[in-house]
Design a protein around this ligand. Structure first.
Ligand SMILES: Nc1nc2c(ncn2[C@@H]2O[C@H](COP(=O)(O)OP(=O)(O)OP(=O)(O)O)[C@@H](O)[C@H]2O)c(=O)[nH]1
Length: 334
């Protein structure tokens, strides 16, 4: 199955909310569709009646202020946020006010406006000639960091890259075990340290190993505990300090992993993690389990940070580079 079909199938909780909402808006006061013409006469006409009859026309409604307001509410309900929802509907209104539109036309126009907002941030994880390219993965507990590292490692491995993983969340044995499983599956070494030990020291060892073995990529998992922001900041900056002893430009990417099911809270997480680390790009997971997929549009609109990949499930190929057109079409249910 292509990723677009998968995306469309799995984004249904978001898209059906938007799509059904749009249909409902159209149905509210839509002008009745034209009655199909009389059945063609004669035996042949009757035999081919269903084919010959014109397809029933979709209901249409004039795009006016009331309808724009309903659209705004719908977009806000998909977690797009007020500012972004207003921007999308204002752009949609341009040149279309007073026009009679059908639901498919509105969906297509909405998808185009959403894609336009997201286009500038759709950038796959940049791959540098640098060896090893160090990718630090940050995000709150449970956002999908471990799974994302596993998926990326498998995909890079399949593309012929050599990868090393550092299981830097040394406080969570389960996270370490999970990474080991992914590592085994992908044929990627996973460096671990005793529970509770210093993640920076593990990161340093991993950097040494990656350099010695000529690895293309080193991915470093980190803890995501939020109880104590100062501790987390110290932990992340210590990891960065230590790996810079080996390569002053490292980490080359700092990926923030966000869970789509947290909706608007993802915006707060971006704000917070930008204070803790030099976030260079985003990955959004769990778009399959949520009606809050619109939050990705808000993120693109608000921060302009590159969105490298999106996740729609737990399998290796359920993480793919972000394509704004496909996403926008799937989101509105096209
Ligand atoms: N449905 C769905 N589940 C996902 C996706 N990505 C991750 N998960 C699941 O979300 C849960 C948390 O993912 P983890 O990768 O363990 O998250 P983490 O950020 O490493 O969390 P900690 O290990 O607790 O720090 C796991 O059960 C994953 O299988 C996704 O795109 N879709």
């Amino acid at each position: 199955m292509s990723f677009f079909n998968k995306l469309r199938d799995r984004l249904t909780r978001s898209s059906s909310k938007l799509g059904e909402g749009l249909d409902a808006i159209l149905d509210e006061t839509a002008e009745a569709p034209a009655e199909p013409g009389p059945a063609p006469a004669g035996l042949l006409g009757r035999l081919f009646k269903s084919d010959a009859a014109p397809a029933p026309e979709a209901p249409r409604r004039v795009l006016d202020d009331a309808m724009l307001e309903s659209l705004e509410e719908l977009l806000i309900a998909s977690d797009m946020g007020v500012d972004t929802a207003l921007r999308v509907t204002a752009n949609l209104a341009q040149g279309r006010m007073g026009r009679r539109m059908s639901a498919p036309e509105i969906k297509a126009a909405l998808a185009a406006e959403i894609a336009r907002i997201m286009e500038p941030v759709a950038r796959p994880l940049p791959i540098y000639a640098k060896r090893p390219q160090v990718v630090l993965i940050v995000g709150v507990n449970g956002s999908g960091k471990t799974t994302t590292i596993g998926k990326l490692a498998s995909q890079f491995r399949a593309a012929g890259k050599s990868v090393v993983i550092a299981a830097g969340d040394t406080f969570r044995a389960a996270a370490v075990e999970q990474l080991q499983v992914w590592g085994e599956r992908a044929g990627v070494p996973v460096l671990t340290a005793p529970e509770g030990s210093d993640p920076a020291s593990l990161a340093f060892d991993a950097m040494t190993r990656a350099q010695e073995s000529g690895a293309d990529l080193l991915m470093i998992d980190t803890a995501g505990r939020l109880q104590n922001r100062a501790d987390l900041m110290e932990e992340l900056s210590k990891i960065v300090r230590v790996i810079r002893k080996k390569d002053p430009e490292a980490p080359h990417n700092t990926l923030l992993v966000l869970d789509a099911t947290t909706g608007q809270n993802a915006l707060l997480q971006v704000e917070m993690f930008r204070k803790l680390a030099d976030v260079s790009g985003l990955v959004m997971t769990k778009l399959d389990g949520t009606a809050k997929g619109g939050v990705l549009v808000a993120l693109a609109d608000r921060f302009g940070l590159p969105i490298h990949a999106i996740g729609v499930g737990e399998q290796i190929d359920d993480l793919q580079p972000f394509d704004p057109d496909e996403f926008a079409r799937a989101l509105v249910g096209l």
